[in-house]
Design a protein around this ligand. Sequence first.
Ligand SMILES: [Zn+2]
Length: 527
Amino acid sequence: MGCASVTLAWMVAVATPALEAQPAPTPFDVIVRGGSVIDGTGAARTRADVGIRAGRIAAVGLPADATAATVIDATGRIVAPGFIDVHTHADELADHPAAAHFARMGVTTVIAGNCGSSPVDVAAALGKIRTTGTAINFATFVGHNSVREAVMGTARRAPTADELTKMEGLVARAMADGAVGFSTGLQYVPGTYAETDEIVALAKVAAKSGGVYASHMRNEGTELEAAVAETLLIGERAGMAVQVSHLKVDAPSRWGASAKALALIDAARARGMRVMADQYLYDAASSNLGIRFPSWALEGGQPAINTRLDDEKTWARIKQEMHKLIRERGLENYSFARIANYPADPSMNGLTIPDVAQKLKGSKELDAQFETMRAMLRAGGASMVYQFMADDDITRILTHPMVSIASDSGLNTLGRGVPHPRGYGNAVRALGLYVREKRVITLEEAVRKMTSLPASQFGFTTRGTIAPGFAADLVIFDEATVTDRATYDKPHQYPDGLGDVLVNGIPVVTRGAQTTARPGQIVTSTR
Ligand SMILES: [Zn+2]
């Protein structure tokens, strides 16, 4: 007893002057106060204040007297890591530095260069983004189609040994310049003309730099299982992680096949492969008009395409194959196809192919629809929205723990065209429609699917989690009201309920309005 008292007295005598000499705690740059923190790992939310210093999270759980230059009141709201959108076509970020529709749905990092399409000179593209300054962070793949077109044009054949060497060189340089992986778009010209061996050879080059193989597969409906198998085979032979892009079942005749695709992914994971997928949460896809035509008809650029379309015999063959393609999918006509942007006649934007056929050909009959598509492709084609997925597949894919939520969106200009609504709503649709209303997954799981899960796949070791040392990319929203408002008819609508977004510690959205800040950084893999 006496001994303890002596010890205590000694401690008080020594410790008190030291405490008095200690300076006041260093203020933070920003404190996010009073919110419920969902840290991105899938763990249950906790009440904690978050302190930010020099663009990074400095502390989670602060003393009451902590101070900061900026205090964001998050009382009653969720504080989550900023969303990492692994599947975008935001290649032209330097031309749209505000990236408003991404920032306002909470996306703080985009990965561009998907579906085989990217700049070939990645160093120049990243340099332009650095020079311009952007609201959000950026990473990119190097795309197979772009590399192939640079070396071989749109030739429908295998590369020569020399051409393959040239393509390998372009992939190697892009990876050295900071690309996070190699993407394919095997339904698009010219990637669709490539055999598996060519893709493996190029993927191997990206694998040497720790890259991920991301694929818009050869088929997403009628031949879904074969396409998943090819994707996994490429990853296995190249020895690299695989990201199945925008996993879906795009043929009514195959609705339900998502179970088989997910089983193939599970089996590959069980044998040690690092395989993940991503999806957007809509029953319509977005693509070009040409994808509805047989790929052989698209070789050689617009003059060659038009020569085929103008030759009645060839057109008859094209039309026959187009008809076969929709019938195999379980579709009767093109009422599933709506125009997003038709540069030759923007007054058609928003109409379905039967509507356009009625306007141009005076009939909605199937033959008038074929003739309408012929005329549209002849005039340079269009970007399209295709409604042919089922919510059961979307839901099944969403419940799989290795599937991220990603928009597949390019950069939209407010009010221009009738683009797919996912660019304005996808991330928020997860939180509102699929968590709060449909209760398909928990809020913590939805956040994980847009933060730590994609970060782990791509080696972004300092993003996607709220923890000390991580980049201060944060999104603050009201779980009771967060709602996507963009629709197929009226896509240019920002979501509700998403108030504040920080990128590298700097607010880019404050109380629902975008700031002029451009704190985005180039993100590369640590692998
Ligand atoms: Zn794609």
